[in-house]
Design a protein around this ligand. Structure first.
Ligand code: FE2
Ligand code: FE2
Length: 246
């Protein structure tokens, strides 16, 4: 993307820019969809949000992976990802495992929670080793099933999240079965082992700890994430401009 194209998305001067929330975030909730009301308000002084939202920190023109951690991700997700990766690193795990831990819930940072492993795997696939994307995808189903051989138990947090009687759906069971028989099983399993929730105020691990591993295993595109025309560039752009009307 050229600088001109980026400028074209800059503030629509003097007009109030209105935000319609993403359907997936309000469908089925008590949050009313403001779209009809906002459409009715369109006039010379009111337009829909497009481009940089001044309420968000501005992203660099060529965003790199850690820019999303710093400038877009929900604090709780950024801390969770950095902490998981730090645990894997401190345990001496392979760099691919560390990277998979760093990226495993990336979809929850600023995109979508539903089926987050599947979305996240797709988002990072053009930039990482296939094994890393595979581990991100399959950590989601494997989280529901214990593996005592590595000391992984069904998460106590899941009992609290979903209730003790929760039964995962068939596709989760099917995909966990598939993962168990796969040569990369242990990569995804190790992600689940370091997938620990931290709801306390533990300090955020320093993201710079992972700069070298990212440099060795994450192919940062020259034009920046979102602008490299990869099959998933739109997902990164969605996180750069999460409030765009279209
Ligand atoms: Fe996850
Ligand atoms: Fe996680």
């Amino acid at each position: 993307m050229t600088a001109d194209a980026r400028t074209a998305n800059s503030p629509q001067a003097g007009r109030q820019r209105m935000i319609v929330p993403a359907p997936v975030g309000i469908c089925g909730t008590a949050i009313p969809n403001p779209e009809p009301e906002l459409l009715a308000r369109l006039d010379a002084g009111h337009v829909m949000m497009m481009g940089d939202n001044p309420a968000l920190p501005r992203m660099p023109t060529k965003p790199r992976l850690l820019d999303f951690f710093r400038l877009r991700f929900q604090h709780i997700t950024a801390r969770h990802l950095l902490t998981s990766a730090a645990y894997a690193l401190d345990a001496g795990q392979d760099e691919k495992v560390v990277l998979a831990c760093l990226l495993h819930d990336i979809s929850n940072g600023c995109l979508i929670r539903v089926d987050h492993g599947y979305w996240g795997a797709q988002m990072i696939a053009p930039y990482v080793d296939e094994e890393v994307a595979w581990a991100v995808r399959y950590h989601q189903p494997l989280r529901y099933f214990a593996d005592e051989t590595v000391g992984y138990r069904y998460p106590e947090s899941y009992d609290r999240f979903f209730g003790p009687d929760y039964v995962p759906p068939d596709y989760i069971r099917r995909d966990a079965d598939h993962a168990r028989g796969h040569r990369w099983y242990m990569t995804a399993r190790l992600v689940t082992l370091y997938d620990i929730y931290f709801f306390d105020d533990a300090p955020m691990p320093d993201a710079e700890r992972f700069t070298d591993i990212i440099g060795r295993h994450f192919r940062e595109p020259e034009d920046g994430l979102g602008f490299d025309n990869s099959p998933t560039a739109h997902m990164w752009r969605t996180m750069i401009w999460p409030n765009n009307f279209l």
